[in-house]
Design a protein around this ligand. Structure first.
Ligand code: 13P
Length: 257
């Protein structure tokens, strides 16, 4: 299977989200082989988008979450609230939250733990900065992010986990990773997780690529067996582009069927 996750970030309001959700679902219409689709609108649009994706093939995801269930945490949104909204997936540790909003590995670990407690599917983002790659530290950085995010956690299988490899330098820059760079990191991520959770085979961990995914490069990523899907930012709010990315995934699935 291939999974496409649409991260709309803070780019659309409620009305635009409704239109975009309808358009996004239309990208699945009439296709024989459809990828798994997860739509992650801004919090304020979750309720309206839920009405559209209900009874469709798409799942609803949130872009962030508090590690607390309830209480005096002004401005936070808890996983309990997601239950009412039909949210099944949550993006955690996105680089914009790490680098712009100061989220630490410790905060991300608490969120991962809480999300798994609530039976949510975690989409954990990891990735190095340009300076870290230039210094040859990308593997160490990603390993550390993974080990810290799962620190102290026990999991029996990888069903509720996606790792999104999103190199920071590729996000929103138009400069995606090269396929060999990406494959090396996907293999590394699966290896690190297998070493951490010994009883779970490396192949069970689903790893997505994110960072300037476009109609021009989606196929080259998706056709790789080490790539379980893509996490799409900018191109997910442009319906024509998103449609072509879904098309690429369908072609890959068709070729594999
Ligand atoms: P872009 O696709 O805009 O580079 O964003 C990637 C991303 O951050 C998805 O989470």
């Amino acid at each position: 299977m291939k999974t496409i996750i649409a991260n709309w970030k803070m780019n659309v309001g409620v009305r635009e989200s409704v239109a975009l959700a309808r358009g996004t679902l239309l990208t699945l219409r009439g296709r024989k082989n459809i990828p798994e689709l997860v739509i992650c609108p801004p919090f304020v649009a979750l309720s309206e988008v839920r009405k559209i994706v209900a009874r469709s093939h798409a799942a609803l995801g949130a872009q962030n979450m508090s590690w607390e269930d309830q209480g005096a945490f002004t401005g936070e949104i808890s996983p309990r609230m997601f239950e009412e909204l039909g949210v099944t997936h949550v993006i955690l540790g996105h680089s914009e939250r790490r680098h712009v909003l100061g989220e630490t590995d410790e905060m991300i670990q608490k969120k991962v733990q809480k999300a798994l407690e609530h039976n949510l599917v975690v989409i954990l983002c990891v990735g190095e900065t340009k300076a870290q790659r230039d210094a040859g530290e990308e593997r160490d950085i990603v390993k550390e992010q993974l080990l810290k995010a799962f620190d102290g956690l026990r999991i029996k299988n990888a069903e509720k986990i996606f790792i999104a490899y999103e190199p920071v330098w590729a996000i929103g820059t138009g400069q995606s990773a090269e396929v060999p760079q990406m494959l090396e990191m996907h293999e590394w991520i699966k290896r690190v997780l297998h070493e951490r959770f010994k009883e779970i085979p490396a192949s069970q961990f689903r790893v997505l690529y994110g960072g300037s995914v476009t109609p021009d490069n989606a196929y080259q990523f998706l056709r790789e067996s080490l790539v379980d899907g893509v996490l799409v930012g900018g191109a997910s709010v442009k319906i024509n582009q998103f449609n072509e990315i879904v098309e690429a995934a369908s072609e890959v699935l068709e070729a594999q069927s």
